[in-house]
Write a protein that binds this ligand. Structure first.
Ligand code: ADP
Ligand code: MG
Length: 221
């Protein structure tokens, strides 16, 4: 589905160049649940950002359904992000003073979904992640586990082919972590959606992932 071939990524500043990804070869198939793990600063977030089209790569090639992406322009990348990618951020990226429902609806409106349909979809996905009854709560008032559930619902509402989670459970206590993982696992099975999760937590890797990619200094080992 998505294949990275000899991917390199650099960050340039006035005084230095950081090689954030080095010769990365990695493939994701439909329905897989993959963990990416490694030390802080090893390139995990960079890798996820490249896969998601949030950031670009400098060398190598990323294939989407067998098609190369080197010639993608900004519109192509935007379409790719909209149609294929759901992203769950470490810090949730919610709008705190909006209600739970409005966090969902606003994301769907941006994607071009009509108002009536957006509300229906929003309610459906909120129920799926266990937030039924919290529609009118302010996002800032939710517990951290509920915030992550909302972030997952929002990411799913665009029907992505691949769900990317950057340290989605790192800030959660063990019990909440377990419940979020259970949710991700059920989403993985129910929708046959590919999930890629960045994590430091060995228990996460052992319990639910089919495969683990370990990254060191920008290189898969
Ligand atoms: P991880 O998520 O594994 O902690 P990152 O992908 O965030 O690692 O970072 C990989 C390397 O790239 C680190 O050396 C980091 O300092 C550097 N880096 C990340 N983002 C930027 C940026 N926007 N500008 C410059 N350097 C960056
Ligand atoms: Mg990171």
């Amino acid at each position: 589905m998505i294949r990275l071939e000899n991917i390199y990524k650099y960050y340039y500043s006035e005084s230095s160049v950081t090689q954030a990804l080095r010769n990365v070869n990695l493939e994701f198939s439909k329905g897989e649940f993959v963990a990416i793990t490694g030390e802080s600063g090893s390139g995990k977030t960079t890798l996820l950002n490249v896969i998601s089209g949030i950031d670009t790569y400098d060398e190598g090639e990323m294939y989407v359904n067998g098609q190369p992406t080197f010639q993608y322009d900004d519109d192509d990348w935007e379409a790719y992000r909209r149609n294929k990618i759901g992203f769950v951020f470490q810090n949730y990226n919610l709008i705190g003073h909006y209600t739970v429902l409005d966090n969902m609806i606003s994301a769907l409106l941006i994607l071009g979904v009509g108002e009536k349909k957006a509300e229906k979809k929003a309610l459906k996905y909120l129920e799926k992640v266990g937030l039924k009854g919290f529609e009118k709560s302010r996002a800032s008032k939710l517990s951290s586990g509920q915030k992550q559930r909302l972030a997952i619902a929002r990411a799913l509402a665009s029907n992505p082919k691949i769900l990317l989670c950057d340290e989605a459970t790192s800030a959660l206590d063990p019990q909440t972590t377990a419940s979020i993982l259970e949710l991700l696992k059920s989403i993985n099975e129910q929708f046959q959606i590919t999930i890629v999760i960045i994590t430091h937590q060995m228990s996460v890797i052992r319990e639910i992932c089919n495969r683990v990619a370990i990254i060191e200094h920008g290189e898969l080992v």
